[in-house]
Write a protein that binds this ligand. Structure first.
Ligand code: DGY
Length: 326
C-alpha cells in the first residue's frame, strides 16, 4: 500500500503525477486554501504534505495528524508553520529557498522603478484621455533612481540579488541585517552595513526583505516612517505585518514619505481599502515569485524535499534539523 500524502492546493499537474508514482496522493486541485477544519481533517491520516503559505500548520492540526512526518512548504517564507510545535512533534518542515531569489529581486525592482517614476499613475492618466500634449515643467516628475541610496533591511540571498542589480544604477547600497555579511559578499554587491537608524535616515529607497515573525511584527511603524526622508520610497515584497499598514497609509496620505511599492499587506487579500485611494502607492497581489519557471522550480523543490523526507534522506531544505533521525 502506498504512503498517503496531501497536496493542499493546486500545483502543477506534472508534479502531482510524479508524486503519485510514489504515493497515494490526496490532491486539492483548487487554487484556494482548504478551510482550516478541512485541512485538519484531510491531514489526519497523512504521512506528509505539500503546503502553501495559506496553510496554517500548528499544534491543533498536529494533534489530529499522529502519522505526520513532513510538511513541505512551496515558499521560502514559512510563517504559516508553527515551527516550535512541528519540532516538538518531530515533524520535518521544509521550505524553498534559492529558486526564487532572482525573480523576487526583479519584482523589487519593478516596484521600485514604478514607484520612483510614477509609472502606474501616468499610465492611468494617459488611458483616461488626459494627455493633451507633451509638457516640460509639470510632466509627472518622479525621483531619480540612479545615484540614489538603496537601503536593504534583511540581507539574505534575495537582498543580495537586489543589491547586485543596483550596480547598474550607480547607487550607493547600505543594508542592515542581524549578521553582517562576510567581506567578499559585501564587495560582490557593493554594500555597506549600517545601523537600522542610519538605514532609515539615509535610504532613498528602503526595501524590506525580512521574514515575518513575532519579532518583526510592525517593525516599520509610525516612528520608523517618520525617520525616513520625505522623498523616500518604501518597497515591501516580504510579508504583510512587518509594516504597520495603518501607519504607512497615514504617512503616504500626509506625504511624509514619497511613495511605496507593495506586494504584501496585513490581512491579505483583505487589504485596507484606503490603499486603493492612494496615488503614491503601487500595489501588486503578492506576485513576488510569480513567473511560471520560478513557481515550477519552487513546487519541484518542495516535492524533492518530500520525497527525501519519506525515503529516510535528509531533505535539502530542512528547517528543523533535530527532527531528522538520519
Ligand atoms: C515566499 O516564497 O515566501 C513567497 O512569498 C511566495 O511566493
Amino acid at each position: 500500500m502506498k504512503t498517503k500524502i496531501l497536496v493542499c492546493r493546486a500545483i502543477f499537474p506534472a508534479l502531482v503525477e510524479r508524486l503519485s508514482t510514489h504515493f497515494d496522493v490526496d490532491y486539492n486541485d483548487q487554487d484556494a486554501a482548504l478551510p482550516a477544519e478541512q485541512l485538519a481533517a484531510r491531514l489526519a491520516d497523512k504521512v506528509a504534505a505539500i503546503t502553501l503559505l495559506s496553510d496554517r500548520i500548528d499544534a491543533a492540526v498536529l494533534a489530529r495528524a499522529p502519522a505526520l512526518k513532513a510538511v513541505c512548504n512551496v515558499a521560502v517564507g514559512y510563517n504559516n508553520f508553527d515551527l516550535e510545535a512541528l519540532t516538538g512533534a518531530g515533524v520535518m518542515a521544509t521550505n524553498t529557498p534559492g529558486v526564487l531569489d532572482d525573480t523576487t529581486a526583479d519584482t523589487v525592482w519593478a516596484l521600485l522603478l514604478a514607484s520612483a517614476r510614477r509609472v502606474v499613475g501616468a499610465d492611468k492618466w494617459l488611458r483616461a484621455g488626459q494627455w493633451q500634449g507633451w509638457q516640460f515643467h509639470d510632466n509627472w516628475f518622479g525621483n531619480d533612481v540612479h545615484h540614489a541610496t538603496l537601503g536593504i533591511l534583511g540581507m539574505g540571498r534575495i537582498g543580495q540579488a537586489v543589491a547586485r542589480r543596483a550596480l547598474g544604477f550607480d547607487m550607493r547600497v547600505v543594508y542592515h541585517n542581524r549578521h553582517r555579511l562576510a567581506d567578499d559578499a559585501e564587495q560582490a554587491c557593493n554594500a555597506t552595513w549600517v545601523s537600522r537608524d542610519e538605514l532609515l535616515r539615509e535610504a532613498d529607497f528602503l526595501v524590506l526583505l525580512l521574514p515575518y515573525s513575532p519579532a518583526t511584527h510592525h517593525l516599520i511603524g509610525a516612528s520608523e516612517l517618520a525617520a525616513m526622508k520625505p522623498s523616500a520610497h518604501l518597497i515591501n515584497v516580504a510579508r504583510g505585518g512587518i509594516v504597520d499598514d495603518d501607519a504607512l497609509i497615514d504617512a503616504l496620505q500626509q506625504r511624509r514619505i514619497a511613495g511605496a511599492g507593495l506586494d504584501v499587506f496585513e490581512n491579505e487579500p483583505a487589504l485596507d481599502g484606503r490603499f486603493l485611494t492612494l496615488d503614491n502607492a503601487v500595489l501588486t497581489p503578492h506576485i513576488g515569485s510569480s513567473t511560471y519557471a520560478t513557481r515550477l522550480g519552487m513546487a519541484s523543490l518542495a516535492a524533492d524535499n518530500l520525497v527525501a523526507a519519506l525515503s529516510g534522506k535528509r531533505p535539502p531544505n530542512l528547517l528543523n534539523p533535530s527532527t531528522f533521525a538520519g
